[in-house]
Design a protein around this ligand. Structure first.
Ligand code: 13P
Length: 271
């Protein structure tokens, strides 16, 4: 969408829809070029009154950022190391990322379960990214057994507190107070990720309402924080999801690897 139209929509809506594609560890260089340029082309042909984010593998960040720049598509990294340059073999820190993208994805369930990342890292990543003027998407969600045990709200409340509460949450609270658009929270039930088992509209709606209430404990601008749902979102199920009040977009995995499907999902959230 042209920048002036997007800015007009931003002025009219405190929470402009935001749809993010998380490519995870997928795409060759050629595929990344083709996918990003097709997404950019389709978004320019469709008057999407929504922000689009692509979380792509580190190695393609620089190139994809250039490909999509004219469409104001936000490019983000799927992880970050929250510290200064130094002897950390294999790591990529926030400072480096500021040169090639503008958003960081934090707390994804695959970072929690596959790589053993913990809340201490997530909190540091958020603080570091916000300090360096980057945008942040923070993911929370219960796993299958927590859902079965009726523990979902307790888990979500804890994951929110882990980054918002206490001294560690201070820079996040301040940042949300100054500009709530810089922080996006994605609710992704772990059991719905990559399984085709999308949560029901009623379930998502209840959780999203609960999450907004929890955010209200830490911020007087909680109503302006954008909330996404993630977990098996596709063009086939997005219509019901996009109507949920309090919900502002989706964090899309598998379906974001198909440009047409991804743009269809973005279109469903257009205001
Ligand atoms: P799927 O859309 O493939 O279920 O993945 C969701 C997700 O994890 C996005 O971050």
């Amino acid at each position: 969408m042209p920048a002036n139209l997007l800015n007009m929509v931003r002025d009219m809506h405190s929470r402009i829809p935001i749809i993010s594609g998380n490519w995870k560890m997928n795409t060759s260089r050629e595929e990344a070029r083709n996918l990003s340029s097709t997404i950019a082309r389709l978004s320019s042909e469709t008057n999407l009154t929504a922000e689009i984010v692509l979380f792509i593998p580190y190695v393609w960040l620089s190139e994809v950022s250039e490909i999509v720049a004219s469409q104001e598509i936000i490019v983000g990294a799927q992880d970050s190391y929250p510290g200064p340059n130094g002897a950390y073999t294999g790591a990529v820190n926030t400072e480096m990322l500021t040169e090639v993208c503008s958003m960081v994805l934090v707390g994804h369930s695959e970072r929690r379960t596959v790589f053993g990342d913990t809340a201490t890292k997530f909190s540091a990543q958020i603080t570091d990214a916000l300090t360096k003027e980057m945008l942040v998407t923070y993911c929370i969600g219960e796993n299958e057994s927590e859902a079965a045990d009726g523990e979902t709200n307790r888990v979500l409340g804890r994951q929110i507190a882990e980054v918002f509460a206490g001294a560690d949450g201070e820079s996040l609270r301040n940042s949300v107070h100054d500009d709530p658009r810089r922080f996006v929270l994605a609710y992704e039930p772990v059991w719905a990720i990559g399984t085709g088992r999308v949560a029901s509209v009623g379930e998502i709606s209840d959780r999203i309402e609960f999450i907004r209430g929890e955010l209200g404990k830490y911020s007087d601008r909680a109503d302006e924080i954008r909330l996404q749902y993630g977990g098996s979102v596709s063009p086939d199920n997005v219509a019901g999801i996009s109507e949920i009040s309090h919900l502002d977009g989706a964090l899309v995995g598998g379906a974001s690897l198909n440009a047409g499907d991804f743009i269809d999902i973005c279109g469903a959230f257009t205001v």
